[in-house]
Design a protein around this ligand. Structure first.
Ligand SMILES: [Zn+2]
Length: 75
């Protein structure tokens, strides 16, 4: 089993980074409270929303979750 490397860093296979999505609409899912919202990502940067914010390459929900949200864009 191999884990894809992004910029030399190992990331879990199911975990996409905002910078990997690059641009377009994506769904973010909070792993703590299961909140789902569609967001826009422009050049790897999350377009700010009221409840989700980007820190580094990950997106966090404002419920206090320490785990970054999962990002989906394949539907
Ligand atoms: Zn949450």
């Amino acid at each position: 089993m191999t884990t894809p490397a992004v910029n030399g860093k190992q990331v879990p296979a199911a975990q996409k980074l905002a910078s990997e999505v690059l641009s377009g609409e994506a769904m973010v899912v909070c792993p703590k409270c299961k909140a789902i919202q569609s967001v826009f990502i422009n050049d790897g940067m999350l377009m700010p929303t009221r409840k989700f914010q980007q820190r580094g390459n990950a997106i966090y929900h404002d419920c206090g979750s320490k785990l970054p949200c999962r990002i989906y864009r394949d539907w």
